[in-house]
Write a protein of this length. Structure first.
Length: 290
């Protein structure tokens, strides 16, 4: 038995509750793919808060505390201004709000590229202060040495190849990658390099489907697609995108609901009742005892 934080929905507070640890582990995620095959694809979504994590946890194998929170939560133009402190705060909340899923935290731009040692300091801090099981970093061949340095020192790493948002200025935008033979070959080399370096899984983002399929068939570790192919070993999306919180989403996103409209309608009803003084009513107010 060990202590984990379970969210008390009746009070909206996280309270320590003794529970046996049953989280999915890095080896279990890695071993989900056997002999180059994945029978049931892995399910991964982003999460940024304790309550969101609680709602997603039962349905997901992994929760990604993505640096996409810069845009989704903080309204930034890109992921580049995101700091380790922001990732740690949200990562700890997601760990507290979940019980089953493996929690992976993105390493933000500038927190790991300078040196292997710098990457280790950042990753060790993220894991120690959040309780997450792994970190994710962007880059292929160029980051292989860093991935090996981290994994050899006890830090599980999920890699990220193809369209890497932190390199948006170098790439010149968010267009799909792999349209040239040179890019095609580089993505395949990147996937092999991160696997050889010890990554337990790799995200393939925004790549042409034949490349995603080839990468999935070639690598022994799970390939998690986003804007890639249904033939990947798993899928990940930004939760707010697939729930319909924003009007514009990338082409590869399927909007499973229109939550933004639900919120708009609900808040409009609340505002109408407040202005009409019909809220709060008798059920929401305290009266003196007779």
């Amino acid at each position: 038995m060990s202590t984990t934080f379970q969210l008390d929905t009746s009070t909206s507070r996280a309270t320590p509750t003794p529970k046996p640890r049953k989280r999915l582990t890095v080896p279990r995620i890695r071993d989900h793919k056997k002999d180059g095959q994945t029978k049931e694809p892995l399910v991964m979504l982003t999460a940024y808060t304790a309550r969101q994590a609680q709602l997603l946890d039962a349905h997901c194998d992994m929760l990604l505390v993505g640096d996409s929170l810069g845009q989704v939560i903080y309204g930034l133009d890109s992921t580049l201004p995101v700091t380790p402190e922001m990732m740690i705060a949200h990562g700890a909340a997601v760990v507290r709000g979940s019980y089953h899923s493996l929690v992976v935290v993105d390493m933000p731009f500038g927190s790991y590229e300078a040196s292997r040692e710098h990457a280790f300091e950042t990753a060790a801090r993220i894991m120690a202060e959040t309780g997450a099981a792994a970190v994710k970093l962007e880059g292929g061949e160029a980051m292989a040495e860093t991935i090996a340095f981290l994994t050899n020192r006890g830090i599980p790493v999920m890699a990220h190849v193809g369209l890497t948002p932190q390199a948006v200025n170098v790439l010149g935008g968010y267009a799909a990658r792999g349209r040239s033979q040179q890019e095609h070959e580089k993505i395949l080399r990147d996937g092999q390099a991160v696997q050889d370096a010890g990554a337990f899984a790799v995200v393939a983002e925004g790549v042409l489907e034949p490349i995603a399929i080839s990468l999935t068939q070639t690598l022994e570790i799970p390939v998690i697609g986003i804007g890639a192919s249904a033939q990947c070993d798993g899928q990940v999306l930004v939760t707010e995108d697939m729930l319909g919180m924003f009007e514009r989403v990338p082409r590869f996103v399927k909007r499973y609901e229109d939550i933004a409209s639900v919120i708009d309608k609900t808040v409009a009803t609340y505002a109408k009742e407040v202005r009409a003084r019909s809220f709060p009513g008798e059920e929401q107010t305290y009266q003196p005892k007779s």
